[in-house]
Design a protein around this ligand. Structure first.
Ligand code: ADP
Length: 379
């Protein structure tokens, strides 16, 4: 893997009211390969730092105009990533702790030897390099996720949808004219294309979550309304599967954190699974209630259940319990991954409780958009 950060010129700034310190720091650091700015006051130091963007700032804690802690605070407002080392003649544990609390990474007690300064400068630079590298990888990951979304939606989803539509039309309008041997092949193709569309949709949802385009934490949703709408849409599927779908929604629940698309994906995945992995004559119960500063959603079913040894893997990408594959239940193995990732983004949680042969209950905790008054009173 390329290490772009290692090739960037090393830049340091030294802010200290002692001219002798400034001069010796400049000599030592320049000899060690750094471009060095020196400033004898906090205010000029801040100006130069904003102009030359060093990776390291050495800041004296005791200066007449602005003290070092105040300079550090202002440095952070200008550049979040610069690595700060404090220089001080009062090398006590408590000054070191105060400096670290204010955001310093390292600590250089006066008087110091050239070697001590070089070691600290190199340690700070290494810290900056690793942090910068992880920021770059994160940016690349987000850009890749965004590119995937574009590629999948334009290059894959559209042609698959078009082929599926041709087959739908063919079967709908010309079934009687088609040879008997052809119809089952077309129906099988239709089913496989449906599976592929579901996979593309789920993958797209995951890429959107990872690219930060789904899960708007600053938005809020009416969970009960989302459940009611989904249940309405799922009633026919449940009836066809011989499953009774019931809900118990407490009135006037507070809004939950997260946009309707993200919350809708959780609700849809859990309710659809509870129907899919059920049996004829079975039941699905959906309930929501306030639980402290969170809203609890429970989806219980009387279906096939999940063996205890499989439960830990349920939230992994593409995981499907074997007995499901054997029953030929369609699915991508991404639904619960999507639920978990959305909940992680929103600060929620999900738990499963299941007994093979008896049924499964998924419990979801969703943070309220605004903490309900009783939540504060009750702790
Ligand atoms: P999919 O349903 O598309 O296979 P999910 O990620 O939604 O993928 O679920 C992963 C696996 O967890 C399923 O394949 C199934 O084995 C199991 N599972 C999920 N929900 C239930 C449930 N309500 N009852 C039994 N098994 C379930």
């Amino acid at each position: 893997m390329s290490d772009v950060e290692a090739t960037v010129a090393r830049r340091a700034i030294v802010i200290d009211d002692d001219d002798v310190i400034l001069l010796s720091c400049r000599r030592i650091l320049e000899k060690a390969g750094y471009e060095v700015e020196t400033c004898s006051s906090g205010l000029t130091g801040l100006e130069r730092l904003a102009a030359c963007h060093p990776q390291i700032a050495f800041i004296d804690l005791k200066m007449p105009e602005l003290d070092g802690i105040e300079v550090m605070k202002r440095v952070r407002a200008i550049d979040q990533h610069v690595v700060i080392a404090v220089i001080t003649g009062y090398a006590t544990i408590s000054t070191a702790v105060d400096a670290m609390k204010a955001g310093a990474y390292d600590f250089l007690p006066k008087p110091f030897t050239p070697d001590e300064l070089r070691v600290i400068a190199n340690r700070c630079h290494e810290h900056w390099r690793l942090a910068e590298r992880s920021r770059r990888l994160q940016r690349e990951k987000e850009a890749f996720a965004r590119r995937c979304v574009t590629i999948v939606s334009h290059q894959l989803k559209s042609p698959v949808a078009a082929v599926k539509q041709y087959i739908d039309v063919l079967l709908h309008t010309s079934r009687a004219q088609l040879p008997d041997t052809v119809v089952p092949w077309l129906e099988r193709s239709q089913q496989r294309l449906n599976e592929m569309m579901a996979l593309v949709e789920d993958w797209l949802t995951l890429a959107k979550i990872e690219g930060g385009a789904l899960c708007q934490r600053d938005q809020c949703s009416d969970l009960a309304a989302i459940i009611t709408a989904h249940i309405k849409g799922a009633t026919a599927t449940a009836a066809a599967a011989g499953v009774e779908l019931r809900s118990e929604l407490v009135a006037n629940l507070p809004l939950v954190r997260g946009d309707a698309v993200a919350i809708g994906a959780i609700v849809a995945n859990l309710i659809d699974n509870a129907i899919k992995y059920n049996r004829r004559g079975g039941r699905v119960d959906v309930s929501v209630a306030l639980d402290g500063a969170r809203v609890r959603l429970e989806v219980s079913d009387t279906g096939i259940g999940i063996p205890p040894e499989k439960q830990a893997q349920l939230f992994e990408d593409f995981y499907r319990a074997q007995q499901v594959e054997a029953r030929d239940v369609p699915g991508t193995g991404l639904g619960l991954t999507i639920c978990k990732k959305i909940l992680d983004e929103l600060g929620g949680a999900i738990e499963v409780d299941s007994q093979p042969g008896n049924g499964t209950r998924f419990s979801v905790q969703l943070p309220c958009a605004v903490a309900p008054p009783t939540a504060n009173a009750g702790g």
